[in-house]
Design a protein around this ligand. Structure first.
Ligand code: UD1
Length: 330
């Protein structure tokens, strides 16, 4: 059967742009919708870019029809946890309300499949710091809540229509394209690996550890860091699965093991050969102590096989990207 094209919302952003490259490498037809509020035109290497908003019904409907879209991959969202704590309505508006509009358009245009960027933040503080897909959801910040509400809408829509979906709950995404073409370029980055790599190239003077009194082995927060290319592959695998008639599903995307903040900083020092100026600070609001995936379901259901499950490799690609950004700022 001939497949339609794929609308990638947020395709100029960090994870979306890496996924677009893999879709194009597979010969898929792709169109990107991004308002460039957080994304970069130059991150869209191999697909048409339409500058617009996911919450703009007319633009989305036109795009779906003009490009013969049968699958939507929805990355466009705000993703900064501390910002979501201080500006919750911004997150509910851009993440939840816009997703509602997008879903309405998908129904109107008979879109068949939907791959959704969800987050491990839907779990809040799971017991033992480990979350499986059937662990109770209890987000502790508006970012997680905004995404969980979208998951619920998606489940309702799939129940009431032929649309099938994969909701992918990302753990901590890091690193950059192993070919060095693209990476995360967000100004004022807050993600640990990026922040530490920025410090290693001299873009920042210091790195803060937010909280050293957590109930974790070394007192700092533990996360399941996953390379952005393995995450992008999970989307391509989800597409294959849904096209083959797979039922709607919700999947963790992580490696299933965690590293503490101190372990990440040690990796950055090891890989870059630089000494970081590290400052211990109080806990950051909205942060759980530990969050690691039970990650077997995605392997068995999608046949997902990560290739870059190694902290130093993740850091190496992130560092190479920061060095490039220093030479050629985006
Ligand atoms: C959060 C979300 C995640 C989301 C991501 C994107 C949760 C549980 N997870 O990840 O779903 O995709 O944001 O924004 O809400 N840290 C420092 N110093 C720093 C930066 C971070 O010590 O300068 C620590 C944090 O306290 C945390 C760990 O490093 O323990 C990872 O933080 P970060 O990289 O910001 O990601 P999360 O907040 O875990």
């Amino acid at each position: 059967m001939k497949h339609g094209s794929i609308l990638v919302t947020g395709g100029a952003g960090y994870i979306g742009s890496h996924t677009v490259l893999q879709l194009r490498a597979r010969g898929e037809r792709v169109v990107v919708l991004d308002d460039l509020s957080r994304g970069f035109r130059q991150a869209v290497l191999d697909a048409p870019l339409v500058v617009g908003q996911v919450g703009d019904r007319d633009t989305v409907l036109r795009l779906l029809k003009e490009h013969g879209v049968d699958t939507v991959m929805h990355f466009a969202a705000y993703t900064i946890v501390p910002e979501s704590v201080s500006e919750p309505l911004k997150y509910y508006g851009n993440n939840t309300c816009s997703t509602r509009t997008l879903l309405e358009c998908c129904l109107a245009a008979d879109v068949r499949h939907f791959v959704f960027s969800s987050t491990a933040a839907v779990y809040g503080i799971p017991s033992g710091g480990i979350a499986a897909e059937d662990t109770a959801t209890a987000p502790i910040n508006p970012y997680g809540t905004s995404k969980l509400m979208s998951e619920w809408m998606l489940a309702g829509v799939a129940h009431a229509s032929p649309l099938t979906y994969a909701a992918l709950r990302y753990f901590n995404v890091a690193g950059s394209d192993t070919g060095g073409r693209i990476g995360q370029a967000t100004p004022n980055a807050t993600l640990l690996v990026k922040v530490a790599c920025e410090a290693a190239v001299g873009k920042r003077a210091q790195v803060a550890i937010f909280g050293t009194d957590y109930p974790t082995p070394d007192g700092t927060g533990v996360r399941d860091y996953i390379h952005v290319e393995d995450l992008a592959t999970a989307h391509v695998d989800a597409l294959t699965y849904l096209r083959a008639g797979g039922a709607s599903t919700t999947l963790n995307v992580g490696y299933g093991h965690g590293f503490s903040v101190r372990e990440v900083l040690a990796s950055v020092e090891r890989v870059t050969g630089k000494r970081l100026d590290v400052r211990e600070e109080p806990r950051r609001p909205g942060d759980p102590p530990a969050l690691v995936a039970r990650a077997d379901r995605i392997r068995s259901q999608l046949g997902w096989q990560p290739k870059l499950d190694d902290l130093d490799t993740i850091v190496r690609t992130g560092f190479a990207w920061e060095q490039r950004l220093l030479r050629e700022p985006w």
